[in-house]
Ligand binder design. Structure first.
Ligand code: ZN
Length: 312
């Protein structure tokens, strides 16, 4: 009954009112002829206090020895993926070909889709930031908790870790030939709801940093970064960025549009950082991460030992 009422209300509303209730990024909210809800007005759980993205202050992260290596399954499979413009981002549908376990996750997660966030500015396109520093782009691989393993499926549906997102920063560097199948697909999908198939095949690993570097990551509990901002995401933000040539990065802003009229270039599709609140950010236990600590933190114990030895 309630659904019926909602449908009636929706049908009765003038078209402008319906468009106005649709969410958009800040950059789209600006043009005066555009009526949509910017990030400050996003609905659902978006104004709650376990939100994403966040700024990660590396010195305040807590080492967690349980955050070991991931086991990637299907990530090396080459495939001509279907790529689409959904009006907010470019999305690669991953079918049921890849999954992950390990990495401190409670169970296996199936990869569902990959999408990106970006800007024309090389320090404004990522959603997460490290010590206030943002990157040119951010890649999100969205995974869902495998069903049927949980004893209580209904409880599982509302789990705080229902979704696992792997996030990778992108910085400017030399041309990355592995990314060309995706970059070249962009020309075929300028407007929302357009889809295409990549002209050559690529694996997920082709799009990521060296596998060896993937043991260095940050972990925290947060939300989806688009409405309705459901607070059900276990986030993994990898330390090592992917490198793309400036022209490859700019292609996303140049080839894609938010609107059917191709008036507003799709760029700055980035949600502002949210407050961390009472949450703790953890870092994986692999050696090497120590170097992200300030030097005095590392030297203090050494100096203490030396002093004790000297006094003896
Ligand atoms: Zn995302």
């Amino acid at each position: 009954m309630r659904l019926l009422l909602a449908l009636l209300v929706l049908a009765a509303a003038p078209p402008q009112a319906r468009a106005a209730s649709h969410w958009c990024y800040q950059i789209q909210a600006k043009p005066s002829n555009y009526t949509c809800l910017g990030p400050d007005e996003w609905e659902g759980s978006c104004q709650n206090n376990r939100q994403s993205p966040i700024n990660i202050v590396t010195a305040k992260t807590q080492l967690d020895p349980n955050l070991g290596r991931f086991s990637f399954s299907g990530y090396n499979k080459k495939h001509q993926w279907v790529v689409g413009n959904n009006g907010h981002t470019v999305m690669v549908s991953l079918g049921d070909m890849a999954s992950i376990t390990g990495g401190g996750l409670s169970t296996r997660y199936q990869a569902k889709q990959l999408h990106l966030h970006w800007s024309k500015a090389m320090d404004r396109g990522s959603e997460h930031s490290f010590n206030g520093e943002r990157f040119a782009m951010e890649i999100h691989i969205v995974h869902e908790k495998e069903k049927g393993l949980s004893r209580n499926a209904s409880q599982n549906q509302f789990a705080e870790d229902e979704v696992a997102v792997l996030a990778f920063m992108v910085e400017e560097g030399p041309k990355n030939v592995n990314f060309q199948p995706l970059v070249e697909a962009l020309s075929a999908i300028p407007r929302p709801n357009m889809n295409t198939t990549m002209e050559s095949s690529v694996s997920l690993f082709d799009l990521l940093p060296e596998e060896e570097s993937l043991r260095h990551y940050f972990r925290y509990l947060g939300s989806l970064t688009t409405p309705t901002c459901d607070e059900k995401v276990v986030w993994t933000v990898f330390q090592e960025p992917v490198q793309l040539h400036r022209d490859q990065i700019l292609a996303f802003s140049q080839k894609l549009f938010y609107d059917h009229e191709q008036r507003v270039n799709m760029t700055d599709n980035v949600r502002p950082v949210q407050s961390l609140g009472q949450r703790q950010v953890f870092r994986s236990g692999a050696p090497g991460l120590l170097l992200s600590q300030p030097l005095p933190t590392l030297l203090a114990p050494v100096l203490a030992c030396l002093t004790v030895g000297f006094l003896r």
